[in-house]
Design a protein around this ligand. Structure first.
Ligand SMILES: Cc1cc2nc3c(=O)[nH]c(=O)nc-3n(C[C@H](O)[C@H](O)[C@H](O)COP(=O)(O)OP(=O)(O)OC[C@H]3O[C@@H](n4cnc5c(N)ncnc54)[C@H](O)[C@@H]3O)c2cc1C
Length: 386
């Protein structure tokens, strides 16, 4: 493994840090507040400011709105966004997951029109894969798209979605051929969420960000909404999972939570008890492993050699580590941290405590990640290479 950080990445990280410290960022971040109807805050205006500054897609080619930097710039960006408390879910889903799939597998027309708009945050996208009863068992999905003249008609229901209320487009997996095998009859569409027949309803969540149910009733889309060819959906989904499961966002959050907890435990020059210091060291070491696993996955993606088992390995490790840190922080600091004010680090840790359970489920449940790892040959490359 060779993860030397190039000087361009260090310069980029400094640039990002400078932008995130501007009064404009602070003002826009203050506007991102939970709404009275329980919906999470709208982060799009803040993203557009960051998109105008050209920092949201550092590893994409310049012609698609990126900076042409290597994957280490994306790692630096995520670390900075989290450290500056910028909500990152919509960014990760839209740019890192959907955008990266379009970059890797979209048509030239889709790349040319959608990617620059995503990099500037003028266009945001979400993912509609999960259905009631079909999460880990995704290939059992029942939402359909049926050929109708020059387009398609979609009917069905998706659930446990994040961010559809603030997304323009949804990468949506549907069944187009009920006759062929479970895996062969699946197709991806990029569906405009403003299309007639789309209904989005919030589902309350323990975490700050709400889930949504999405209903499709006779939703008509044109052929240009097709992503890939009809029936190619399963291999594209697998390709996206390899890119979605880098573990990077979990690593970045775990790192920030441990930093916040460490600061609180040592404030006013206090020296934590030895057992607490041992725990801090344990978590720090696990985070370092998370970062290496994540970087390995991202380097392989950059080199065009994605590996679903390697990604599952990283996703499992990074999400389990972040979850442990969130739960440990509550014990280490005591339950009264839940009652501290909104501007203290405790607010971050309280939100982390509520977000933690979902981390080992979103993007693929931990048991399923281990199942994929156990059936792959990832353990064959020992130090001796045999
Ligand atoms: C925070 C969060 C955000 C999400 N965002 C999105 C989104 O934006 N878009 C979207 O489409 N979906 C999203 N999801 C849904 C997510 O992808 C599913 O919840 C996940 O795939 C698990 O599916 P399920 O909920 O149907 O649980 P199930 O698949 O029913 O799993 C229930 C339990 O059974 C275990 N299990 C299932 N199969 C096996 C197996 N073969 N072997 C061993 N154990 C097994 C699982 O590990 C889990 O513990 C999100 C979920 C969360 C928590």
């Amino acid at each position: 493994m060779d993860f030397d950080v190039p000087p361009e990445t260090l310069a980029f990280a400094n640039e990002v840090d400078g932008i995130l410290r501007t009064p404009q960022t602070a003002r826009l971040l203050r506007n991102v507040q939970a709404r009275e109807d329980g919906m999470d805050g709208d982060v799009r205006e803040l993203y557009r400011y960051l998109g105008d500054a050209g920092i949201l897609a550092p590893s994409w080619p310049v012609e698609y709105g990126g900076r042409g930097l290597d994957f280490t710039a994306t790692v630096a960006l995520l670390e900075q966004l989290v450290a500056h408390r910028i909500p990152q879910n919509l960014y990760c889903i839209s740019v890192q997951n959907v955008g990266s799939l379009i970059l890797a597998a979209g048509s030239e027309q889709q790349r040319g029109t959608l990617l620059p708009a995503m990099a500037s945050a003028d266009l945001t996208a979400c993912i509609l894969f999960t259905e009631p009863g079909h999460g880990s068992d995704l290939a059992g999905m029942t939402t359909t798209a049926v050929r109708d003249g020059t387009g398609w008609v979609i009917n069905g229901r998706k659930t446990y979605n994040l961010k559809s209320a603030y997304a323009d487009l949804a990468l949506c997996a549907v069944r187009t051929d009920p006759q062929s095998s479970q895996y062969e009859g699946i197709t991806l569409f990029l569906v405009p969420l403003s299309a007639p027949g789309v209904v989005i309803r919030p589902i309350p969540s323990l975490a700050d960000e709400q889930f949504h149910d999405i209903w499709f009733t006779d939703v008509r889309v044109d052929d240009d909404a097709l992503f890939g060819s009809a029936g190619s959906g399963w291999s594209l989904i697998t390709q996206m999972f390899a890119a979605e499961r880098t573990g990077l966002d979990y690593y970045a959050r775990g790192r920030h939570w441990l930093n916040v907890a460490g600061d609180r435990l040592t404030e006013d020059g206090r020296r934590p008890a030895d057992l607490v210091r041992v725990d801090l060291a344990r978590h720090r070491t696990r985070l370092e492993a998370s970062k290496l696993l994540s970087c390995q996955v991202m380097q392989n993606l950059q080199q065009g050699t994605p590996d679903i088992a390697e990604s599952s390995f990283a996703k499992w490790h990074c999400s389990e580590t972040a979850q442990r840190i969130a739960w440990w922080a509550l014990n280490a600091l005591g339950p009264d941290m839940l009652e501290r004010g909104p501007d203290t680090g405790d607010r971050v840790l309280e939100a982390a405590f509520r977000e933690a359970p979902g981390m080992t489920i979103s993007g693929g449940a931990s048991e399923v990640m281990l199942d994929i790892v156990s059936s792959a040959r990832v353990f064959d490359n020992g130090l001796t290479g045999d």
